[in-house]
Design a binder for this molecule. Structure first.
Ligand SMILES: O=C(O)CCC(=O)C(=O)O
Ligand SMILES: [Fe+2]
Length: 478
């Protein structure tokens, strides 16, 4: 079967390959007594767990560190594994070389569909046509398809993968398929640049290649941070990643992107609150697990304040177009939620009395993408440190086999994305459903779309939320 392999990047750069993350340290990091008292693999993974939970400060990668059997699976093996499981898909536009975007292809402008894995393969190789849920024709030469945020616990038949997927080599032996998310995308499938407000992330590249670009949180203003489209636990950049335009966002030139292309077997660690945008460089499969952190408890309160502000501002909105242009499609429940319910959620989070299934739990009401966050005591119980002989280290570089992701200048990154010709066309993206950029206005509403977005961004600005949270903490601890 022929696949569009997309952009190719010299694999010979991958010199620092480690055959097994659980190998003994190559550099002398530990005393011989320490190495003797425990098998190195156990020692390494407990060290890693400790280091990750202490907070590694930069994105880091284990090259070829993942030994899961499925890394060697072929498309036939995956077709057999998924059998007649119907996978939900999001479709977006494939961009011509050199085309830049003045804003991301938001989820609201993508169209949806579903296919089995084997049908997706046929479609991706141009052997089969596909009509999306909205009736439009998706063509693999013009569109990408993405199975994203797919909870592996929802797979109908997962017995083989259940045995394979375990995050123990990275220090989290209690995490398996039920804590993992699957991503299957064709060439060009991508996720806009965002911050996940909860936890940190381990990502295993299983098949194909994906380019990750990451930025520290301190560069948020250079990335034009926004809370619209509103989504619980996601903060978006308005720049058009993964095809950003310096014309629309000139401040980008002051950023320092950390860029890594993941290949099968690589495992990436994304520290808490790092911006990231991801693009499939060919047909790709990856699996990740979001690791909860004790600080998530505080983030839950901050996110509840954000939700309350957004919900309050939208109480008077009548136009559905306006709602759809400021809310992510999975979040419209918040838009139409009455003030009583919004206050209930806020007070439950602030006073911590009832961790009921609220609005960030897929199993609860099915509207959020990311997993619910545990309470601080759940987290402490879930993450006892394995062994007590853990040397204090919080630099990825000091863990054998773990490299810090390369940090580039923005112009170097642009050259990687656009080649020597640079960014050529500055495109206002229209997609299959063509709803992007629709100026939603309604006579019955007292604000227009841009005004509403501005108000939401002011009322949910981290400085505003921090002041509310600080005063709240003062009053609660009085
Ligand atoms: O792989 C992708 O497209 C996005 C992944 C992501 O955002 C995440 O794992 O947090
Ligand atoms: Fe993410």
């Amino acid at each position: 079967m022929e696949f569009d392999q997309g952009e190719t990047e010299c694999p010979s750069k991958r010199d620092n390959k480690l055959s097994d993350v659980s190998e003994p340290a190559s550099k002398k990091q530990y005393t011989s007594a320490e190495l003797e008292c425990k098998p190195p693999s156990v020692f390494m993974s407990s060290q890693l767990r400790h280091t990750i939970l202490q907070g590694i400060c930069e994105p880091s990668v284990f090259r070829a560190g993942c030994k899961w059997k499925c890394i060697d699976w072929t498309h036939d093996d995956w077709s057999m594994q998924f059998s007649d499981e119907v996978l939900p898909l999001r479709f977006g536009p494939r961009l011509d070389e050199g085309t830049s975007l003045d804003q991301p292809v938001w989820e609201s402008s993508c169209t949806k569909g579903e296919m089995t894995y084997s049908k997706l393969l046929k479609w991706a190789s141009g052997q089969q046509s596909y009509s999306t849920t909205f009736g439009s024709e998706a063509e693999s030469s013009k569109h990408w398809a993405y199975v994203d945020y797919f909870y592996m616990k929802n797979l109908a038949n997962s017995s083989q993968l259940r045995e394979i997927i375990n995050w123990g080599a990275y220090g989290f032996p209690e995490r398996g398929i039920d804590d993992s998310t699957l991503w299957i995308g064709t060439l060009g499938a991508n996720t806009p640049c965002h911050i996940d407000t909860y936890g940190c992330n381990l990502v295993a590249q299983i098949m194909g290649r994906k380019r990750w670009v990451l930025f520290p949180k301190s560069q948020s203003s250079l990335l034009s941070s926004t809370r619209t489209p509103y989504e619980e636990s996601s903060i978006y950049s308005q720049a058009g990643f993964p095809r950003p335009s310096l014309l629309s966002h000139p401040k980008l030139c002051h950023t320092t992107p950390y860029v890594v292309t993941l290949e099968p077997g690589d495992v990436l660690f994304v520290p808490k609150h790092w911006w990231h945008s991801v693009e499939n460089l060919n047909f790709s499969i990856s699996i990740n697990t979001w690791l909860e952190l004790p600080s998530d408890e505080e983030e839950r309160v901050r996110e509840a304040i954000v939700m309350y502000q957004v919900n309050s501002l939208c109480q008077g909105i009548h136009s559905l177009d306006l709602i759809h242009s400021v809310f992510n499609p999975n979040m419209t429940d918040i838009a139409v939620m009455g003030p009583t319910q919004a206050l209930k959620i806020l007070s439950e989070r602030v006073f911590g009395c009832n961790h009921s299934k609220e609005f960030n739990n897929k199993e609860g009401n099915g509207i959020a993408k990311k997993p619910n966050v545990k309470t601080e005591s759940d987290i402490t119980m879930a993450y006892p440190l394995v062994g007590d002989k853990v040397a204090p280290m919080n630099q990825a570089g000091s863990i054998p086999g773990m490299e810090i992701v390369q940090c580039l200048s923005f112009s170097h990154y642009m050259q990687m994305v656009y080649g020597d010709k640079g960014e050529m066309v500055h495109k206002n993206m229209s997609c299959l459903s063509a709803s992007q950029n629709k100026e939603a206005e309604s006579e019955s509403d007292s604000v227009n779309c841009e005004q509403l977005k501005l108000l939401i961004n002011v009322f949910t600005d981290p400085q505003v939320v921090d002041v509310i949270k600080t005063v709240l903490d003062e009053k609660l601890n009085h």
